[in-house]
Ligand binder design. Sequence first.
Ligand SMILES: *Cc1c(COP(=O)(O)O)cnc(C)c1O
Length: 403
Amino acid sequence: MTLAAGRPYVAIPGPTVVPDRVLAAMHRPSPNIYEGELHEMYPGILRDLRAVVGSTTAHVAVYIANGHGAWEAVSSNVFSRGDKALSAITGHFGQTWAVSLRGLGIEVDALDFGRGRSIDPDQIGRALEQDTAHTIRAVLMTHTDTATTVRNDIAAVRAAIDRARHPALLLVDGIASVACEEIRFDQWDVDVLIGASQKGLMMPPGLSFVWFSDKAKDVSEKADLVTPYWNWRTRCFSPEFYRAFAGTAPAQQLYGLREALALITEEGVDAVVARHQTLARAVWAAVDAWGTGGGEIGLNVTDPAARSHAVTSIRIGNGGAARLRRWAEDNAGLTLGIGLGMALPTEPAHHDHLRLAHMGYVNAHMTLGALAVMQAGLLALDIPHGSGAIEQAAAVIADATRR
Ligand SMILES: *Cc1c(COP(=O)(O)O)cnc(C)c1O
């Protein structure tokens, strides 16, 4: 017998669940790419992309690339040869972003805050104050580092840059937070924000998005790393639609994206954020209850204010995380995310973390179902855990509907 037959649920932090409406919207023959509907609908897509990040002013470049590609897109527009970046790292993705910059010949000063703590803005401020010659072109931060599931405070980092009276641009990797967390591009004075289609935006992988400010645009006028393909000025400011993608537009993807953005607009951006926050609290409540059982179960990020609302890293010691992942997929059709960058593959702790995503097109029954499957797995595998986890998670959901 298997209990895994039925609709599988891949609860990993990207690619996330793609709504049927989005799949249906993409299922169409290739349109005319020279004129017509594709051209006419693109301004609406850009308008909705601005709305998702609380902006009325940002320029938006869309790339046929995953998040790693968007990192290079941004670097090539912002940096010149010999430039320096200050990188605030709170996990694997911050580290990898720095690797991407170094590969382009950009010097990176890294401030590493570990695997479970958020960025300390004062340290950013001090590093900038020491840079009296203003050789640092930009400060890099991930909003949510999807590996550790640490969430950082964008406004606080901007305030630290301003206090230091430093002209550095603020570049934010929002790949795991766009359409999941509150983002105020204009209000928080972000210069560059990066997103990707396969996370909160509920699309298949393959598109990425770069929102940028006028200040970033000005810097890009002088940056000398840029190549014609990545150039965001041609993409955003050419009258011909063909240039928006530096070649053939990703036609079917744009139809899907339009539908995904319509789903977000119908629900309301604030309601989307509130849903993610509530589902996250349900997950945290369950894990806290499991953690009272004398076993080795707990949330990776102890400070609730530094936790992602879209994905949660959970520690289950003695290799329990890896065993539970295997069990959930084989026995219940639930795929949980691997632990990423929490320990070296050679260390025993490598098998002690998993991630449960509650990102994008996810509702209460999906998250409660995932938690109940994990509960069953803990029982089946004889992993010591506290009781009452599902009751606690259900209480969070019930409370949220009473308000
Ligand atoms: C997923 C992710 C990336 C990498 O995106 P890819 O599309 O896999 O290249 C980068 N940064 C963050 C924060 C992510 O969550």
